[in-house]
Design a protein around this ligand. Structure first.
Ligand code: R5P
Length: 319
């Protein structure tokens, strides 16, 4: 299995091109088109028989289209006898529905796991799952990368004083605590409630942010309700400067207006999703996953450990 292939679906061609450039591995040509009725067609235009394929397809909007496209490409690769089909899916959509909260609901995170596995993927790699337990929904190798060390690396270079890390909800406390350890800062938690889907409300800020530079860490910005409300609450609590760090920027509906107006002075994002020109706000800075993903892809291809890349784990364990 000495030949590596990088194949890009249509969801994030820029990220695929950057990885291809850094690894000096050309993208294997693929034809993807949509029939008149909306059905998707995909054909790999080179031999992949017996080869190690890395399929780069994030689940950006339109999510359903990109999910089906992913499944169809996996199917094409399996029928073309690729030896391994490694799915590089930086944003694994549908992960927020990971358990039943009220009766007669689906668990879409498990459904998507079944679909990807049944289509023929050999491995899945993603970044910042909504909850880490989703890894267990897959019975194939699953690599879970985290974004907070990239944010921490950037922030440490800025030498901010009086830092406080904030988790905008109880679900994000573990992520926030890890970030706080790397930044050697205390952790503050926001008690958030949801009245309905996509409608959040801050109940109270648990901890002191007066006069501090506050770093809010979250996995997803969707409608920006959670993060902008958190920023207002922290401002009311006396925060001096507010910086938002979020891995996946969906920026749906009026998210950009909310982010522009809210009191955060900077928004750090990762490029797990493409950021259209009209959503590139002046206060947004995107940190690219290209170097990390490229290293990880090469190590998986060569059968080398990924643990050696995750030096922050040792730092956390040492504390
Ligand atoms: C919620 O549990 C997540 O971690 C995010 O805070 C949430 O999905 C963001 O959604 P929105 O931007 O629509 O408030």
């Amino acid at each position: 299995m000495d030949k590596i292939h990088l194949i890009s679906g249509k969801s994030h061609p820029l990220l695929a091109r950057k990885i291809s450039r850094l690894l000096k591995v050309p993208l294997t040509p693929i034809e993807i088109k949509t029939f008149a009725d909306g059905e998707i067609y995909a054909r790999i235009k080179q031999k992949v028989r017996g080869d190690d394929v890395f399929l780069i397809q994030t689940l950006s909007p339109p999510i359903n289209k990109h999910l089906v496209e992913l499944l169809i490409i996996i199917d094409a690769l399996r029928r073309a006898s690729a030896d391994r089909i490694n799915v590089i899916c930086p944003y694994l959509a549908y992960s927020r529905q990971d358990r039943k909260v009220v009766s007669r609901e689906p668990i879409t995170a498990k459904l998507v796991a079944n679909l990807i596995t049944m289509a023929g993927a050999s491995r899945v790699l993603t970044v910042d799952l909504h909850s880490e337990q989703i890894q267990g929904f897959y019975d194939i190798p699953f690599d879970h990368l985290v974004g907070y060390p990239l944010f921490a690396e950037y922030l440490l270079k800025k030498n901010f004083k009086d830092l406080v890390v904030v988790s905008p909800d109880i679900g994000g406390v573990k992520r926030g605590r890890k970030m706080a350890i790397l930044l050697k800062a205390p952790l503050v938690v926001i008690d958030k409630r949801r009245r309905a889907h996509n409608q959040s409300e801050v109940m109270r800020v648990i901890g002191d942010v007066k006069g501090k530079t506050v770093i809010i860490v979250d996995d997803i910005i969707d409608t920006a309700g959670t993060i902008s409300q958190a920023a207002y609450a922290l401002k009311r609590g006396g925060a001096k400067k507010i910086i938002i760090c979020a891995t996946h920027a969906l920026l749906s509906k009026d998210a950009c207006q909310k982010l522009t107006k809210c009191p955060a002075s900077q928004i750090l994002l990762l490029d797990t999703l493409p950021l259209p020109k009209e959503k590139k706000l002046a206060k947004i800075k995107v940190i690219s996953l290209t170097p990390l993903l490229s290293k990880v892809i090469m190590r998986i291809h060569q059968g080398r450990s990924l643990g050696a890349l995750f030096t922050w784990e040792q730092k956390e364990m040492a504390l």
